[in-house]
Design a protein around this ligand. Sequence first.
Ligand code: SF4
Length: 702
Amino acid sequence: MQNIIGACPHDCPDNCSMYYIVDGDRLVGVRGNQDHPYTRGRLCLKVKDFEKHHYNEDRLIYPMRRIGPKGSRQFERISWDDALSEIKDNWTRIIEEYGPQAILPFGYAGTLSLLNGMNAGDAFFNYLGASIGEKTFCASGSVTAQVLTIGPTLGTDPESFVHARFIVLWGANTISTTSHLWPFILEARKRGAKVVVVDPYRTRTVAQADWHIALRPGTDGVLAMGMINIMIEEGLIDHEYVQQHTLGYEELSERAKAFPPDAVEVITGVDANNIRQFAREYARNQPSVIRLGVAPERHPGGGQGMRVVDCLPALVGAWRHVGGGLLQMPIFVPVRWDFLSRPDWIKPGTRVINLLQIGNALQGMEQGPPIQSMLIWNTNPVSQLPDSNKIIKGLLRKDLFTVVSEHFITDSAAYADILLPASMAAEQTDIVTSWGHFYINYNQKAVDPPGEAVSNFELFRRLARAMELEDPYFHLTVEEMLTQVLDWDAPMLHGHTYEKLKKAGSIRVNVGLPDHYKPHANGNFPTPSGKCEFKSSLAEQGNFVALMLRQMCPTNQNGERLDPLPGLASPDLIETGAGPQTAEWPLQLLSPKSHGFINSEYANVSHKRRIQGEQFVLLNPADAEERGIQNGDHVRVFNQRGEFAAEARVTEDVQARLVVATFGYWRSLNGGSVNSTTPYCEKLGLGCSPGSFHNAVQINKV
Ligand code: SF4
């Protein structure tokens, strides 16, 4: 038996370090790496039998060609040579007729690593001259909010949370979606910390917390503005810190005057006394820390609201302390995007298509040449993106040539003309950076892929050869790429090398140790002013585009000038209790991540489905009674866009007029999916984030 170091490749902030257990040429198990200071040897239930995933009998292991109607799942096996030759013929024809921008890359984070992850195809498609697929499915609103306010900082170290006295989990269901943070929170609680969760419904995390602030969905910014109002009124501001290390306090306090607790109660649904108490405890109990999740960005105005939350730690001086401040997206490690993505190959004027709008784009509603071909890899848009019926309509287009590289015939892969088999994590070497902690992990290839599956890295090398793209870049080996893909000269990696990473399996970036780390005790925010910017100079200049995440969001926000101040100017701009509900569609549907799946991954695996359970919808007893629905009834959740089947769970865990159904289930296995009903928003939010929680439905018993 061999133990080979690896790293979980899933789209999860924890990025667990682990070992592949190999017997001969076969993966026989996985185990967590107990020496990893953050993930500490525990793997979650999704991954602890990873070997079964690798050897799943449904796994796609040969290239295939469609032989039935699109979506019929009828394919025949072909060779790699035939697959590449068909792709080349089609793409050459399309380029001659429409130009290369008629080809659209569609990749995301199904595998989260540097060579095989969401940027794996960037260099290839940039060289080819294809359209750019803008990836703002998740976190682009929150990252933009963070960059505008406190800059691209790692923020508070999650390991430092043990020193906090007041912990706020804001829009984050920590136990289900970033569970390795929880032991640090429990340790802090043992030392006397209070744990508060801000969330519209009672999640698993809320059930374990000390206090639940159950606000109305999408009113996070108003709640935070109400807290600022109270902190100013009651003298809870750390004026010395604010004066030395922030920008725009006067303007922010002026705006906050419009948010007295009583008005905030009307909008957020949170009792004014609770808001007062929350603001007081947050300000007085230092160190206080906020873990800000991505959920608040999925409402109209959500990203702007998150900017208000980003302001809170500086106002109370929380950054002065070890364990104080805010942890949002610690993604800013020195990856050489110039080398990995080759943006220098993007031709001026290349069209950018936001992939959230793919349903419309496939129906010719984008400017420029019609999309004639897509390569989809590392993602399952039919399950994951809003308004999936519209996406399917596009994928059914007879003149669209669709190539999908996948592990399984997913709801999206079903519409492929050519299917290509992709390798899994144990079958490829890579580096994995985290969006939840301060370590970079190494993942060593442990076994050969089954059949003829190849890594995404190898896929794009093969495509480059097929398309005769002549550049030495496309001949670099995996090792040559990995040696260069991180900036080892950057201060954050000083003293580290690729060899050291390989040997250790994991390295911590150079930011000081968790028991001493106070990144902004003396300011040093990586903003243009070096201060926490309540009033954003980037927004003022209209020049924050360059700080967007590489190719994730190179365009501006609907072309509109952004308010330099966070949040809305006045509560008058928000209708009381504003939500998407109407007389016809009276229930707001939230669709968060599930406990048992990673996005749509594992939703086709029967034993994982047994653990997760069938699709359910949480609804309040009052709403259930009105519809004659009882706990356990089968119901139909629907609106003008589509529907899905679910089991009703009648519970006080959700507010009246609010229902919750987790996403990830495959529509082909489940009678529709949540995203059959979610809206594609014409007007995307801050950072082009989606508004998929602004969704209204009706529910009937079936
Ligand atoms: S899904 Fe997340 S928690 Fe589970 S093993 Fe992977 S990184 Fe760890």
